[in-house]
Design a protein around this ligand. Structure first.
Ligand SMILES: N[C@@H](CCC(=O)N[C@@H](CS)C(=O)NCC(=O)O)C(=O)O
Length: 225
């Protein structure tokens, strides 16, 4: 059976979550870049929300929304559950996925990646809003502090094993790291956790993505950064 197709964008944390889960589940996939701002009619027919990620499998099943897609992939390939194996862990995994997809995204990803990269990709003329970028720089410190607090108490963010919480956090942080905007040296516990996530074979292909004209810093793909 031919592999599924994932419509995505390089520095989209929601697409990155799905790519990491596909890697963890060892599901091969064709990647197609979708410039969502172009609002291609064929893409709108796949996903009226007009956002990525969208996954289309060999039978034509079309899924959108990263939470729906990742839960689906976890259910069809349950050998290494990423949402936890008991209800208490599952609740904690979901709390943290929401933390990163909503809070971290609003506090950090949108203010840094949105302002510095997405605006440029969309052809918006005026550059980053320095007030929002400053908010992003301040808020990432609070989030790294919280990751450190969690990881001093648990092996992985939601408990003893790698889960969707680690994947969501790493997906967002990896996009900010592409800009060199993560102050890792000030947060050693978060840095050690990220080094562990980064060394997973499921994450490495993301680190090979290069945006035309915007190279990442030298440490970005370095596993011993
Ligand atoms: N809740 C959605 C959010 C996806 C999302 O915001 N994707 C962005 C790129 S990172 C996008 O395609 N934005 C275009 C738009 O919203 O029109 C998910 O988890 O999949």
């Amino acid at each position: 059976m031919s592999p599924p197709t994932l419509y995505h964008l390089w520095l989209c944390p929601f697409s990155r979550k799905v790519r990491i889960v596909l890697g963890e589940k060892k599901i091969a996939c064709n990647l197609v870049i979708e410039r969502v701002w172009e609002q291609r009619p064929d893409f709108l027919a796949l996903n009226p929300a007009a956002d990525v990620p969208v996954l289309v499998d060999a039978e034509g099943l079309t899924l959108s929304d990263s939470a729906a897609i990742t839960e689906y992939l976890d259910e069809i390939q349950p050998n290494q559950p990423l949402f936890g194996s008991d209800p208490r862990v599952r609740a904690e995994v979901r709390r943290l996925v929401n933390w990163f997809d909503v809070k971290f995204n609003r506090d950090v990803t949108i203010n840094l990646v949105g302002e510095k990269i997405v605006k440029r990709q969309m052809g918006i003329r005026h550059g980053p809003d320095s007030r929002l970028v400053r908010i992003g720089y301040a808020m990432i410190r609070q989030h790294l502090d919280y990751i450190g607090w969690l990881i001093e108490r648990r092996r992985w963010l939601a408990g003893d094993v790698l889960s969707m919480a680690d994947i969501a956090a790493a997906a967002h942080l990896s996009t900010v790291d592409y800009l060199g905007d993560v102050p890792w040296e000030d947060f050693p516990a978060a840095k050690d956790w990220y080094a562990r996530v980064k060394s997973r074979p499921s994450v490495r292909p993301l680190l090979a993505d290069h945006l035309p004209g915007i190279p990442p810093p030298a440490h970005y793909a370095d596993l011993d950064f």
